[in-house]
Design a protein around this ligand. Structure first.
Ligand code: FES
Length: 148
């Protein structure tokens, strides 16, 4: 299966799609290129004295590639500590889909941005951010990714 087919398949059956109630961390990122936004919710658990990601969900408008990458990424980060997840690049997060075409790399960067925003701003995020992604267009706290 090539990358395009893998993306199509991931979109047909996206994993971990939707808001999470009771999340420990929420992160949002927006692309200044295309205007798309993506939000990620994360819940932690303790495992052998370590704090690891129990589950993650996401919501996104518009871009199908971002949905496919977020679907993969929310599976890949399960069981990782916050610092392990933070160390993952957008290539790592989209690796199961294969190499993305250049014009779609920012879609994976959007997912990476939301993940990093969640993991670095976790204490304040659930109280500060709007409850839904559409509300967040007015929300003050989000990461703007600049693409060059
Ligand atoms: Fe902009 Fe995919 S086209 S996030």
């Amino acid at each position: 299966m090539n990358t395009e087919e893998k993306i199509d398949e991931a979109i047909r059956n996206p994993k971990n799609l939707g808001e999470m109630t009771g999340a420990d961390a929420i992160g949002t990122a927006g692309s200044s290129d295309c205007g798309d936004m993506l939000r990620m919710w994360i819940k932690f658990r303790n495992e052998d004295g370590r704090r690891v990601i129990d589950k993650a969900t996401f919501q996104s408008f518009g871009c199908q590639t971002a949905i496919a990458v977020a679907s993969m990424a929310t599976e890949l980060i399960k069981g990782k500590t916050p610092s392990e997840a933070l160390a993952m690049s957008n290539e790592d997060l989209s690796a199961p889909l294969g190499a993305l075409p250049p014009m779609k790399i920012h879609c994976a960067q959007l997912v990476e941005g939301a993940l990093k925003n969640a993991l670095t701003g976790e204490a304040a995020a659930p109280k500060v951010l709007a409850p839904t992604l559409s509300d967040s267009f007015q929300a003050p706290k989000s990461v703007k990714i600049k693409f060059t």
